[in-house]
Design a protein around this ligand. Structure first.
Ligand SMILES: Nc1ncnc2c1ncn2[C@@H]1O[C@H](COP(=O)(O)OP(=O)(O)OP(=O)(O)O)[C@@H](O)[C@H]1O
Length: 363
């Protein structure tokens, strides 16, 4: 398969200085998003997904964060960009949507003012304050940008966009704010959209509606997407390829169908077995235990304290990566041993039944 990477991350690591000592959160992360591809990073809460995307987009304060590794966007080393260049990129070719719509909009300005600024300037207002105000007061430019904002608000199915555009964020519901942020991220037609669990801070029905809106947007646009989710079901619906993250490490990567047909890492198998079944007799089984403390992570494989197959090899050195073809790998001693792949009960032949029509999709 030919590759055309838009985002290419190599050996990314992130740690934080803190009161409890150094937290060694993310390490050895290699990740790629090709042009036009939808890629998800999946893992439980606290596995380091947000830290990874924040490191990619340069949103971590260094220090206390310590970031290392290479992040190339369209062949450009984005870790070497100045703040101004990075802001320009972030508001323009790289769109971002974050988990919490409540804290991502400025309460002082109307939605229209904020989104029109994005439409007019991208992420960059660093031409100087005078130039910013001069351009802002160019009536034709400003009206054109406002018209684009209104169109985009309609596209994200914002109720009553003509009223919303002149409202302050505090006057909108959480779902409306999330739609405003999606509109803002899409305004300049980014080449890459990074979406970190959009809507997960909202209630379940609103979250579902936001996800279905995003699914439609993904289908309609030829855009690369890096999506973060803890929900493998969502990842399965939208993505071409999936990275499974545990304890700040990518433990498995593969095209979506391969993940479901032939999960190789016990953590992936556990995540699949944890997806609630809508019918059938077998209960979803979870993964016992919780994600590691990053100030004192487990030796060897970080998953070993929760892994049903763990032995002394797993407690020793971190396992190496075993590749399965060009696009798939797993990081588990069971594979580097070339031994048989164990499977967690319930992973294979688990059926996701659509209650509406009673059909079964075989994984
Ligand atoms: N600024 C920070 N300083 C210190 N530790 C941090 C910082 N940001 C995140 N962490 C720690 O990094 C770990 C991974 O957090 P992260 O938010 O990336 O997880 P996640 O997989 O995205 O989970 P969630 O889905 O809940 O956001 C957590 O233990 C968190 O406490």
């Amino acid at each position: 398969m030919s590759r055309d990477p838009l985002l290419d991350v190599t050996d990314l690591s992130v740690g934080f200085d803190g009161f409890d000592g150094y937290a060694d959160v993310v390490g050895n992360v290699d990740l790629r998003v090709d042009r036009g591809e939808v890629v998800t990073i999946v893992g439980e809460t606290g596995c380091g997904k947000s830290v990874t995307t924040k490191a990619i987009t340069g949103l971590l304060d260094e220090p206390p964060a310590h970031v290392d590794g290479s992040v190339e966007f369209d062949g450009m080393d984005i870790r070497a960009l100045s703040d101004a260049e990075r802001n320009d990129l972030n508001g323009d070719r790289l769109g971002m949507i974050f988990q919490n719509p409540l804290s991502s909009l400025n309460p002082v300005f109307t939605v229209g003012e904020q989104l029109t600024d994005t439409a007019q300037f991208g992420g960059n207002k660093d031409g100087g304050i005078l130039s910013y105000f001069r351009q802002r007061h160019n009536k034709a430019d400003r009206e054109g940008a406002r018209e684009r904002v209104l169109e985009m608000l309609r596209e994200v199915q914002m109720p009553d966009p003509e009223a919303v555009i002149d409202s302050h964020p505090s006057e909108l519901s959480g779902g409306m704010r999330q739609r405003a942020l999606i509109a803002q991220a899409l305004l300049n037609e980014p080449d890459l959209l990074i979406a970190d669990e959009p809507g997960s801070a909202l209630d379940v029905t609103v979250h579902d509606r936001i996800l279905s809106l995003l699914t439609d947007i993904i289908e309609e646009r030829d855009m690369s997407i890096l999506m973060i989710t803890h929900d493998l079901g969502v990842a399965r619906e939208i993505s071409d390829r999936i990275y499974i993250m545990y304890g700040g490490r990518i433990v498995e990567a593969a095209p979506t169908e391969e993940i479901f047909e032939d999960a190789r890492h016990p953590y992936t198998q556990g995540l699949i077995a944890s997806i609630p079944r809508l019918s059938g007799t077998q209960m979803a089984s979870g993964i016992d235990g919780s994600v590691p403390e990053y100030t004192d992570p487990p030796s060897g494989c970080r998953f070993h304290p929760r892994c049903p197959y763990a032995d002394d090899d797993c407690r020793g050195a971190e396992p190496s990566r075993t590749s399965f073809g060009s696009d798939s790998h797993a990081v588990c001693v069971r594979h580097s041993d070339d031994g048989p792949t164990p499977t967690i009960e319930g992973t294979k032949h688990r059926l996701m039944t659509n209650e509406a029509d009673g059909t079964e999709e075989d994984p």
